[in-house]
Write a protein that binds this ligand. Sequence first.
Ligand code: GFB
Length: 326
Amino acid sequence: MKVFITGSNGLVGYSLRSVIQNIFEKSESIPDIEYVFSARTDLDLMNEHAVNSRFEQERPDIVVHLASRVGGLFDNIENNYTMLTTNSRLNMNIIEACKKYNVKCLINVLSTCIFPANAKHPLRSKNIYDGESHSSNRGYAMSKQLLHTASKILSKTTDTKVINLIPTNLYGIHDNYNIKTGHVIPALINKILIAKRECSSLFVSGDGKDIRQFLHAEDLSRVIVEFIKKFKSGKLDSFTDCIVSPPKNKRITIKGLVELLCHTMGYDGDVVYVPNDKNITGQKSKISDDKELRKHFKDFQLTPLKEGLKRTCDYVMSVDPNILRR
Ligand code: GFB
């Protein structure tokens, strides 16, 4: 059985690679799954012909579609249009190729930002289409909704089984640590490193009151591996949506996150909150829970935020700071 993975140089791609490597190292038997990792360097997903010829060559049984043009709140606000067009195009190229080459199982990674801005909490997959997503990331959200809809139709009209994983905000090593374009955790880590180095104050965007939940990328990767096993054992329905999140009480304000990161990284200087312009605010809160995950994997262990942040910060503090400037 062959598994083809897109976006393998991204946050989830890197962690999926190491999770799979770990499984291979521990296993005594000869693995019966071949994993093919692809990235932008060897396949341009915007190019329909390139995607089709790669599928023709690989003939994958399972596709894990991780590739996406992603960014944090500020990147989304600035590039809403590109987020929509780029992601829609590459997602449709993948869906079309899955259809054309009779892929048996497609695993997509969506995001909790696809839910309506005023969705009832905790979020539930059945409510995705109940209203408009938040304006800050409408482009990205719509491209993921398109992927969701197209893959659902694919699963109903062909033999392709589809799993749409909907993770809450992800973090981990090999993230985008750029201060302007990164998500809140990697951007703050980079800012704290700079504040430490320059003995300056830490300036945080916003009032710190927004609430988020965070999932370690490695946990999502392990969920992907579990779904691959489930597919292999023939226990999978034709279409599955699954929110992947910690329980609903495991949520934190941005201020709480800042305190945790400062403590973890040993920063004890001033922290200054710089209020956002009215036009650049994100969602106040997005609360999900682990109910949909537990339905599939009752005893799945999630990494506690404190531990995951420690591992991430230790990694970042051990590497050349130049890699954080991409
Ligand atoms: O990770 P983030 O950008 O994702 O977090 P979203 C935004 C929250 O963190 C806001 C605060 O409350 C910001 O005011 N924040 C504080 C910062 N300092 C910073 C900083 O230096 N950088 C950033 N980025 N935020 C994204 C979506 O939304 O979540 C994407 O835009 C995607 O589409 C992703 O779905 C999961 O949760 O706001």
